[in-house]
Design a protein around this ligand. Structure first.
Ligand code: G3I
Length: 415
């Protein structure tokens, strides 16, 4: 490995220095990543300015951004976004890996970065069945923890984390993915051990720790009628109990043919009718096939790739770029129509290189689900989204009035 490259946890090469990004040296990785990395950060109209009259536009920070291994990506964040979400660095396993032993270095940097740049800083996530260490659910005898033990752990975790960033993290995904596809409560360890009131109590503890923070329920596939109906029931019940819930996060892990715009529209309306703020919290659009992956070994191509299931290693063909652009434009036009209700649209990742969809549902594919490509370049979808903005706004170079210079230069943490 060259001195200037380092492999991420996904095994992909990322930039170590901004200088490398700016001089346009080639990077390793799939063919889609070959070629110079373009510094488009300051050359294009910022997304945050384009939608300033409608809602905030956000992206995620990962450890490569925090530790300065991807400064080109961080430049894109600073230029285009006025909201940030932590992809993994504030999840329980990252922030409290051992009982009562907290690791706040990366989260502290993340929160400071957002605050100093005038961004809306999101906390993701407090209570989830995934990326929570096994000890959380375990009693001293190796058996499942008691209700009281788990509640005490939940309360102390929430107090410590929400309390530390009181007044600086604007909104928290308090509970994440609590419903199954049929709209019933997910059979998670939280539900099995504590019972259904774990949701109400999580909100209560978060509110105690920061009474000023917005508090959200965040989930995927709420566009599916049964799941949406369950979510509507849940939010109604929480409100009836006086639970301080502010909003609902629609994750927005879209596909090229799902959800329909009508389903998205109805979903936004359903939560708006309950008085909820609505956020699109994890937006991406998967362009890769999902069904039957890996089934046909004969479909593997010369580089050993399964070309049928991983067809865009060399880049996205123009026809698909255009289809993706139209799909994004349609969603943003819809989101703009709901600008009174939608407060934020956040992309899950910054460039295609960052996306979790390169590793899910199949590891090691080359996906293209975001607005910035593998080399940081703007894609036709980026232009289409800008065109979907208010005409006056899309030609403006500025951003939110409260957003300070994008040239923020905190030294990266040393790892
Ligand atoms: O931290 C380990 C590292 O120690 C290990 O060496 C490495 C080996 O692969 O794995 C690392 O863990 C990875 C983790 O991200 C942190 O990078 C996991 O393998 C990987 O599965 C995990 O994926 C994350 C996923 O949540 C886990 O559920 C994705 O990056 C992240 O984008 C994704 O985000 C979720 C949202 O939080 C909730 N909604 C769905 C969304 C997509 O799944």
């Amino acid at each position: 490995m060259s001195e200037t490259m380092r492999m991420t946890s996904r095994g992909r090469a990322v930039l170590l220095s901004a200088a490398l990004a700016l001089t346009g040296s080639p990077v390793a990785g799939p063919a889609a990543a070959q070629g110079p990395v373009r510094d488009v950060a300051r050359a294009e109209a910022p997304l945050r300015g384009a939608f300033a009259g409608d809602f905030r536009v956000g992206g995620t920070l990962n450890l490569d951004h925090v530790y300065g291994r991807d400064l080109a990506g961080r430049a894109l964040v600073a230029h285009h976004f006025n909201a940030i979400s932590p992809e993994n660095l504030l999840k329980w396993e990252a922030v409290e890996p051992q009982p009562g032993r907290f690791a706040f270095e990366a989260p502290d940097w993340y929160v400071n970065y957002g605050v100093e740049n005038g961004m809306w800083v999101v906390g993701h996530t407090l209570v989830w069945h995934s990326q929570t260490p096994p000890w959380v659910f375990m009693g001293p005898d190796g058996q499942p923890a008691s209700r009281d033990t788990l509640l005490a752990r939940m309360r102390s975790h929430i107090r410590a984390v929400v309390g530390r960033y009181r007044g600086r993290i604007g909104g928290w995904d308090v509970v994440n993915e609590v419903l199954d596809e049929d709209g019933t409560l997910r059979q998670s360890p939280w539900l099995r051990i504590i019972g259904p009131d774990y949701i109400r109590l999580a909100f209560q503890y978060a509110h105690e720790a920061d009474p000023g923070a917005e508090l959200y329920y965040n989930d995927y596939s709420l566009e599916m009628p049964a799941k949406r109906a369950g979510a509507v029931r849940l939010v109604r019940e929480l409100k009836a109990q006086g639970v301080p819930i502010t909003g609902v996060g629609l994750q927005g892990h879209h596909k090229m043919d799902w959800p329909t715009l009508e389903a998205e529209d109805s979903t936004i309306n359903a939560f708006a009718a309950l008085g909820m703020k609505v956020m699109i919290t994890e937006l991406d659009i998967d362009v890769l096939p999902r069904q039957g992956f890996g089934a046909d070994v004969a479909a593997r191509g010369p580089q050993g790739c399964d070309c049928r299931m991983n067809p865009y290693v060399a880049g996205l063909p123009d026809s698909v770029q255009q289809a993706l652009a139209k799909r994004y434009a349609d969603f943003f036009a819809l989101y703009r129509r709901h600008h009174g209700v939608i407060t934020r649209v956040t992309f899950w990742g910054v460039t295609d290189r960052d996306s979790w969809l390169n590793d899910w549902p199949v590891r090691g594919r080359t996906n293209h689900p975001l607005l910035f490509g593998w080399r940081g370049e703007t894609k036709p979808a980026f232009d289409a989204v800008l065109r979907a903005a208010r005409p006056a706004a899309s030609s403006a170079g500025g951003g939110d009035a409260d957003l300070r210079s994008s040239a923020w230069t905190a030294a990266p943490l040393q790892q």
